[in-house]
Design a protein. Structure first.
Length: 334
């Protein structure tokens, strides 16, 4: 029977049985055509799907957040995701729980919890496009934290892009007639900072711990942290809300998997900018579902953030090529 590699929940490969029956021929035809595409094209398709799924996830969070607390949403989301990845976690025992950096694992859980609590609250309280655009500031926090904690060297171009990007963030933080909007915008920034810190910690953790271990700690402990607050703020969901809560977990997992496949298929420098299609999706859905139009400050600030981020990605690509050529030159000289 044909088998095809498939990324597991942690990004590693598992073996997936090719479908049999009346749909097998269609599946093989579509898969064959996709595999014939250039790698960056495949990666682009995956990241476009991830961006759409993340926006759908945010939309459902905003819908259920009208009546349920963010703690309750996050608890059930994590629970559903744990159930999805449980078979892999169980197969990996005891290795899936063995970590060489327990302190960093705890730090990652803390910052991931902060990022999700603040980010989800911003999604619920802000216009969807505003919350999405502010979340893009994660790129600049990664740069700053990498300098502080990893000792990375950053040139004048990347510093300039980071400063310009934060000017875009400051523009979006301007009060818009309601002081609460500014508070929730600040929460969105804190959430982005937390997500940036998670990415920096991952750069260190992945050198010593397996992806399964990293996944297990976050999926399990973020959910455990939410139990107490969720019980305290518990509101019995309606049947519709239960359906949305379960879908939030499923779509979150699918979005993360699509993101993993995107960056495994294509070059990050070639496809990363496509993640900004989230803002387009968020704007359209915000208008149709919530009748919320993004403000002019949001649109201008988002344009500045996206432009600075794309410039950063381009500069990193150029720098990477220069380092590669320098390394080749040293090898030739030796």
């Amino acid at each position: 029977m044909n088998q095809a590699p498939n990324p597991g929940a942690d990004g590693s490969e598992t073996t997936e049985q090719a479908p049999a029956g009346p749909f097998a021929r269609l599946h093989n035809t579509v898969s064959g055509r996709l595999m014939a595409l250039p790698a960056n094209t495949i990666g682009a398709l995956w990241i476009l799907q991830a961006a759409f799924l993340f926006t759908i996830m945010s939309t459902m969070i905003k819908l259920v957040g009208e009546h349920l607390s963010v703690f309750q949403i996050l608890l059930i989301r994590q629970g559903v995701m744990v159930l999805i990845v449980a078979p892999r976690i169980i197969r990996g025992l005891p290795t899936s729980l063995a970590t060489k950096r327990p302190g960093l694992q705890a730090g990652r859980v803390f910052f991931a919890t902060t990022a999700m609590l603040c980010g989800f609250t911003a999604i619920i309280e802000l216009p969807l496009a505003d919350a999405t655009a502010l979340g893009f500031s994660k790129t600049f926090f990664i740069t700053i934290f990498a300098i502080i904690f990893l000792g990375e060297t950053v040139g004048v171009h990347r510093w300039g892009a980071t400063i310009v990007g934060f000017l875009g963030v400051l523009l979006m933080l301007r009060p818009q007639g309601d002081g609460f909007i500014e508070i929730y915008a600040l929460l969105a920034i804190i959430g982005a900072a937390g997500a940036g810190m998670v990415m920096v910690i991952l750069r260190v953790l992945t050198k010593t711990d397996s992806p399964t271990t990293i996944l297990t700690y976050q999926a399990t402990f973020v959910g455990l942290i939410m139990i107490g607050p969720a019980i305290y703020t518990w509101q019995t969901p309606s049947l519709r809300e239960w359906g949305l809560l379960v879908l939030i977990g499923v779509v979150s997992w699918a979005a993360q998997m699509s993101n993993i496949k995107a960056f495994r298929s294509g070059e990050a420098t070639a496809i990363a900018s496509l993640d900004y299609t989230r803002l387009l999706y968020a704007t359209i859905i915000g208008v149709i579902v919530f009748s919320q139009w993004p403000s002019m400050e949001t649109l201008i600030g988002a344009a500045i953030i996206i432009g600075a981020s794309m410039y950063t990605v381009r500069r990193e690509a150029i720098r990477g090529r220069e380092l590669a050529r320098a390394a080749e030159g040293r090898g030739y000289n030796n």
